[in-house]
Design a protein around this ligand. Structure first.
Ligand SMILES: Cc1cc2nc3c(=O)[nH]c(=O)nc-3n(C[C@H](O)[C@H](O)[C@H](O)COP(=O)(O)O)c2cc1C
Length: 187
């Protein structure tokens, strides 16, 4: 069975992006889902001097292992001041020092949610431009604006946004399956 990881680019205990990533993962059929939380991968703030002193911390390597052992990635990014939340940028920087191709060509459903009307459009644009340079295979994207109005009890309650998300999840699911078939043929 395929193994999907889902996580948020946030360390908030009530993260709206974690809620969205968890919901999106629940829509993927016949896969094993592992929900990850960046709070479980605590890391010091990246710096080249610290890196020289301590090397790459285990938690950065552990997260890379989760990516490597997965068949697909669902990621929903929090937007802070128009960019990645610090906790995400930090683990991103650490991981990139161990493995430049962080995302290892795994199919990715890339999302962002925000309480405001832009749905994390700025951070989504940054990630869409940058992640492919780290071997991300972004097969679908989804943006959820006005979180409080559009999400309730673990689900997207706006019908048109929910069908948009279902379509994105469907595209992601197909890409995961295609990857599985390709891997089997290569063996
Ligand atoms: C420091 C800070 C900066 C923020 N900047 C933005 C922003 O640029 N755009 C935006 O849509 N929301 C911004 N927000 C609101 C976040 O989108 C909101 O806190 C959201 O819940 C973050 O996602 P999370 O709950 O998954 O952590 C900001 C919040 C904080 C704390």
């Amino acid at each position: 069975m395929n193994n999907i990881i889902a996580f948020a680019g946030s360390n908030s205990s009530k993260s709206i992006n974690k809620q969205l990533a968890t919901y999106a993962a629940s829509l993927v059929k016949d896969v094993k889902i592992t929900i990850l939380d960046l709070n479980d991968f605590e890391l010091p703030i990246f710096g080249v001097d610290l890196e020289k002193e301590i090397g790459i911390p285990e938690n950065a390597k552990k997260f890379l292992d989760y990516i490597n052992n997965s068949d697909g990635i669902i990621l929903s990014l929090a937007e802070h001041n128009g960019a990645y939340a610090t906790v995400f940028k930090n683990i991103f920087d650490w991981m990139s020092r161990e493995e430049q191709k962080i995302f290892m060509g795994k199919p990715m459903l890339l999302m962002a949610a925000s309480p405001g009307g832009r749905g994390g459009a700025s951070v989504l644009a940054i990630a869409k431009d940058r992640f492919p340079r780290h071997n991300a295979d972004i097969v679908a994207t989804f943006s959820l604006p006005n979180f409080k109005e559009n999400f309730n009890e673990g689900k997207v309650i706006n019908a048109s946004l929910n069908s948009e998300l279902e379509e994105a999840v469907g595209t992601f699911q197909q890409a995961v399956l295609k990857n599985e078939l390709k891997t089997t043929e290569d063996q």
